[in-house]
Design a protein around this ligand. Structure first.
Ligand code: DQA
Length: 146
C-alpha cells in the first residue's frame, strides 16, 4: 500500500528552527527514516513538504488519484488556521493521523485548537521526531492486519 507523509510550513527548517522545541533532526533525516521503516514493512512511502497552503491541498487531492491508503500529516501552523486543508482531507476521505513534534497542548493557547483533530484517526504530539515514527508504526500495523 501507499502511504503519504505531509509536512506543512516551516518544517523545511527542522534542525535549526527553535531546536529546543522541535529537536535537532532535519526533515531529510526524518523522511529517510520513515521511508526505511515503510520499506522494511513492504509498503511504499512518499513525503511532501510545502510552505504553501494551496500546494498541500493539491497534494492531498492528488493522493486520491494515486490510491494513497493512509496519510500522516503535520500541518504546522496551518493546524490552527486552515479550514481549506481540513476540507481537502475530508473530501478525499483518506484516513489520516495528525502529527506534531511538540506537545501543542503545553504551549500557547492558540495552539490548542486544531482544525484536524476531530476528523483525524488519531493524534500524536510531543515526542519530537518520534511522533512521526509512532504515527507510521500505527499505520503499518493497520495495513498489516487488514
Ligand atoms: C507543530 C506545532 C504547530 O503549532 C507549529 O505551528 C508548527 C509545528 C509541531 O510539529 O509541533 O509549525 O505542528
Amino acid at each position: 500500500a501507499k502511504i503519504l507523509v505531509l509536512h506543512g510550513p516551516n518544517l523545511n527548517l527542522l534542525g535549526t528552527r527553535e531546536p529546543e522545541v522541535y529537536g535537532y533532526a532535519t526533515l531529510a533525516d526524518i523522511d529517510a527514516s520513515l521511508v526505511g521503516l515503510a520499506e522494511a514493512a513492504g509498503q511504499q512511502l512518499a513525503t511532501f513538504q510545502s510552505n504553501a497552503e494551496h500546494a498541500l491541498i493539491d497534494r492531498v487531492q492528488q493522493a486520491r488519484e494515486e490510491g494513497i491508503a493512509w496519510i500522516a500529516i503535520n500541518p504546522g501552523g496551518y493546524t490552527h488556521t486552515s479550514v481549506a486543508l481540513r476540507d481537502a482531507l475530508a473530501a478525499v476521505a483518506i484516513p489520516f493521523v495528525e502529527v506534531h513534534l511538540s506537545n501543542v497542548h503545553a504551549r500557547e493557547a492558540f495552539r490548542q485548537h486544531s482544525y484536524f483533530s476531530d476528523i483525524a484517526h488519531g493524534v500524536v504530539a510531543g515526542f519530537g521526531a518520534d511522533s512521526y515514527r509512532m504515527a507510521l508504526e500505527f499505520i503499518l500495523r493497520r495495513l498489516a492486519t487488514n
